[in-house]
Ligand binder design. Structure first.
Ligand code: FAD
Length: 484
């Protein structure tokens, strides 16, 4: 391995912190910034991997275990992609992907492999709820124990589109094509369509609660979010409300996601890493020869390439010759763009707390994350709030919690990030059945992988690791066939 992760905190260009008492600071400290390798001129790699998020890191480690000569090229000044851990004023913050679960098979294997541990986000199970109804004009304070039965009933009703809790749609949650014909019917629906179908049976408050929860999941207005992705989450959550909540937003890696990214990277052998190196084009010369061109005009060549660029920004990469027209069409379509995530440090702790508000409230869900409740994690909808504006965020949080005072806000605007184009993956109506298979298709010697196109936990860290593993199987098969 030519570059090592030595756990030194450096400032990355990503993220910001805005202290109430001082100005805006961009660039947060993280150990995800690693020294780049010096690549020897004219090296011909077995595989060039574009992107050092969890998909790219997994692929790099697995290929290096097969003794492949690998170049990992990353546009950012750090590894980890849509995840990174930062430390500020003695607190650890996750700026992107955070929560994992033991039932997520790929990520849990890595937790075991590297001896990592998990810690609970306390507010994820808060009993004290603030619910903002009627376009943000009415605040209701409730307890989850009061709402528990009703929330479960409504979630069951919403998901029970086929009379058996979605089981005919995703009978095998890690195989999105196990019931392809049935999927086609339900894939036409948006999340809003489904809410409309059951709305006459819901109280106005439960309708608004569902709107808040569902639009938080897709990070997009419900009319643009595919219903079938809700059923996929539901199936992965064992068709049960609180198991789904636990799996998606309760437990995080104690050591931080960056610790996992570093552990995978440190296990790579014979992998050269180039950071701060955006790739602008990929040229196929023949079946065994590709060249990538970086923004500063450097060329690197290899036998194959794995492209792990997020779906919402992949359209910017030039392919020479062009990809198959159907592939390029689905790339150009992209997916829901997501919103933003932030953390605020409070002057006074508030204990375990959670707030919900329906779209178009700029914050749909916020909850306390730490033991005493002095840190709130919030999710901004689409571009309805500028999370760098401490006063704007305070104004919105005060609708839920009128008395809180904020010390600082810390976050990263993934929606405007040119290398991410959003947060986690959620497809629009019709895209699962019409686009996913095409997105997964490889055009050897070009191979594609991303959490955004995974089969199971698509849009999660687990999906990235799944996709990284899958693509390595295809690349290995191809390389072995070529040499026979
Ligand atoms: C705010 C937020 C919250 C989330 N919450 C959770 C959660 O709680 N749990 C969970 O499991 N998941 C969560 N996710 C999703 C999860 O983080 C992602 O699905 C996963 O990390 C994506 O991994 P990836 O490797 O496929 O893509 P990425 O991490 O995006 O990696 C792709 C890499 O490619 C690089 N790249 C892009 N273009 C180029 C180029 N032209 N040249 C070179 N490099 C390029 C990017 O910089 C990036 O590093 C969250 C994501 C966000 C943003």
């Amino acid at each position: 391995m030519a570059a090592t992760s030595d756990k030194i905190m450096n400032r990355t260009q990503d993220g910001f912190v805005h202290h109430a008492s001082s100005g805006l600071k961009s660039g947060l400290n993280t150990t995800a910034t690693i020294t780049s390798s010096t690549v020897v001129a004219n090296t011909h790699f077995d595989v060039i991997i574009i992107g050092a998020g969890f998909t790219g890191l997994m692929a790099a480690r697995e290929l290096s275990l097969q003794n492949r000569k690998v170049l990992l090229v990353e546009a950012r000044d750090r590894i980890g992609g849509r995840t990174f851990t930062t430390e500020f004023e003695n607190e650890k913050y996750e700026m992107g992907g955070t929560w994992i679960h033991w039932s997520q098979p790929h990520v849990w294997t890595e937790v075991t492999r590297y001896g990592l541990s998990i810690v609970e986000s306390k507010g994820a199970t808060a009993d004290r709820l603030s619910l903002l109804f009627d376009n943000g004009s009415r605040l209701k304070i409730a307890s989850m124990s009061d709402l528990f039965t009703e929330v479960c009933e409504v979630m069951n009703k919403y998901s029970n589109v086929d009379g058996v809790q979605g089981r005919t749609i995703f009978p095998l949650p890690h195989d999105p094509f196990a019931a392809k014909e049935i999927n086609q019917t339900y894939d036409k629906l948006s999340m809003q369509d489904r809410l409309d179908q059951i709305s006459s049976t819901l109280s106005k408050e439960m309708y608004e609660f569902m709107d808040a929860y569902l639009s938080m999941n897709s990070q997009c207005r419900l009319s643009e979010s595919g219903f079938i992705d809700h059923i996929r989450w539901w199936a992965l959550g064992d068709y049960e409300t609180f198991r789904l909540f636990d799996k998606t937003s309760r437990y995080k890696i104690s050591e931080g996601t960056t610790a996992l990214a570093q552990a995978i990277f440190n296990d790579c052998h014979n992998v050269q890493l180039l950071l701060s190196t955006p790739v602008v084009s990929v040229s196929r010369k023949d079946d065994n020869n590709i060249t990538i061109c970086t923004q500063n005009g450097q060329l690197y060549s290899g036998r194959t390439t794995i492209i792990t660029i997020p779906l919402n920004t992949l359209y910017k990469t030039e392919f020479i010759p062009p990809l198959k027209s159907e592939k390029q069409r689905v790339i150009n379509e992209r997916q829901c763009r997501g919103g933003s995530k932030f953390a605020v440090k409070l002057e006074e702790p508030i204990g375990k707390w959670c707030g919900y508000a329906p779209y178009p409230n700029p914050i749909t869900i916020a909850f306390t994350d730490d033991e005493d409740g002095s840190i709130i994690i919030g999710f901004g909808m689409e571009d309805l709030i500028d999370i760098q504006d401490l006063n704007a965020v305070k104004l919105e949080l005060n609708k839920f919690l009128p008395d809180i005072k904020i010390k600082y806000i810390i976050g990263h605007d993934w929606r405007s990030d040119p290398l991410a184009g959003g947060t986690w993956g959620w497809y629009r109506p019709g895209q699962v059945t019409s686009n996913l298979l095409t997105l997964q298709e490889n055009e050897p010697p070009l191979f594609f992988a991303s959490s955004d196109t995974a089969n199971g936990w698509r849009g999660f860290i687990d999906g990235a690791l799944e996709s990284g593993l899958t693509v390595v199987r295809h690349v290995e098969h191809y390389l072995n066939e070529q040499t026979e």
